[in-house]
Design a protein around this ligand. Structure first.
Ligand code: FES
Length: 69
């Protein structure tokens, strides 16, 4: 079932349960879920008042809508 998941983060979530930090994807665009793979860099130019809908591969914006929330 397809779904649109809202992500407001534009970068990773850092957790430190071990000797070195682990970065969990907060943007929803990683190809290595749940871990950040650096893809969040493409969020840097996103307008915070716009909802970006990505294709199934999470690599291409297929729709932009004004954010109503
Ligand atoms: S936070 Fe999503 S790829 Fe880095």
């Amino acid at each position: 079932m397809p779904r649109l998941v809202r992500h407001d983060h534009t970068g990773p979530i850092k957790i430190e349960p071990q000797d070195k930090p682990i970065f969990i994807c907060g943007c929803g665009l990683t190809q290595n879920f749940p871990f950040c793979d650096g893809t969040h860099k493409q969020c840097a130019s996103e307008d915070p008042k716009t909802v970006y809908v990505y294709d199934d591969t999470r690599t291409k914006v297929i729709e932009e809508r004004p954010d109503s929330e």
